[in-house]
Design a protein around this ligand. Sequence first.
Ligand SMILES: *Cc1c(COP(=O)(O)O)cnc(C)c1O
Ligand SMILES: [Zn+2]
Length: 389
Amino acid sequence: MFLTHLECTACGKRHEWNRLQNLCTACGKPLFAIYDLERVRNLECKLHSSLNRPDKSLWRWRELLPLPKEVEPVSLGEGGTPLLQSKKCGPDADVDLWIKDESINPTQSFKARGMSVAVSMAKYLGAEKLAVPSAGNAGGAMAAYAARAGLEAHVFMPRDTPRANIIECREVGAHVTLIDGLITDCGAEIAKRKAKEGWFDVSTLKEPYRIEGKKTLGLEIAQQLDWKLPDAVLYPTGGGTGLIGMWKAFDEMEKLGWIGKERPRMFSVQASGCAPIVRAFEAGEKFAAEFSNAHTKASGLRVPKAIGDFIMLDILRKSKGGAIAVDDDEMIRAVREVGSQEGLFVAPEGAACFVALKKLRASGKIERGEQVVIFNTGSGIKYLDLFGE
Ligand SMILES: *Cc1c(COP(=O)(O)O)cnc(C)c1O
Ligand SMILES: [Zn+2]
């Protein structure tokens, strides 16, 4: 294993990896996993050859992930998803569009990536009971990996979470508590009770390893595009682990000499009813204030306050990308458009990126002929209530 320690993203304080950690003990901000990339770089077996490994799951990137080598990961075959060229491509296509289809992950969303790594580490470090707040897919993924690991799962969900998400959690054995409120209220309930109950909190960015799982999105698109990153990436943003994780992967790959200095322009796509990052980006703020009366049918985007807000805003600015909001009815309409054109039943969060792409083209922020990667982060099948008969 090449993981050496954890480091605070805000104050830089060093933390040990070999015990359960949540936020920085000095300043309360998220921790990043730091690897000895010099040693990885000198490895004889080039990681590029990891592509030939029989394991197609994200654990084929083992050298860039935590967990000691001899420990079996908690895996359901997550990652290794296709990067599909849009059918709208071709000689007269407007942009060179690629879709990273995360709907085929275990539990039908990219939350599986983060949970596979987080649950593997939590189990290895001795956690017995896991807790997570979830407005959508995180709960089901955590519950499934906890079941696989033989750990107890406690999921706190807003009462109006899509039915499929609630049922999924229960049917894979989690204890589900429904709360009259938002995901932030669910998180507060866990924070209040976790010490007494002995729960380890696996909320987005409140432990250091979900981001490591999501980082593999960045590794995979680099590999799938033959080690040349696209011009722009559109990412449907809630807590932001995928965005932050990909950016971390790009830095690590540069240190390993796999890619150069070039980076895609990163765009955060949010729902108009819950767009804290868009608002903070436009106002030039360093942090994003809580978005009041947050509402959107795209449950993965219903995160009114993200603890990694400052990291995301920094990435969007550094990459010369941006942030853009999409109305619910636009994204729900786009599900059918994308479905009939691409043959993918996308989640509304994924559909939001297709709407955002049109807007970014119209405003000139994405130019004709540029290479663009869109993330379809989940399957439409979990959102049946949104669609007519
Ligand atoms: C959770 C989720 C998102 C947002 O992901 P973050 O890492 O929280 O930004 C987007 N789409 C779907 C389908 C999700 O489940
Ligand atoms: Zn700190």
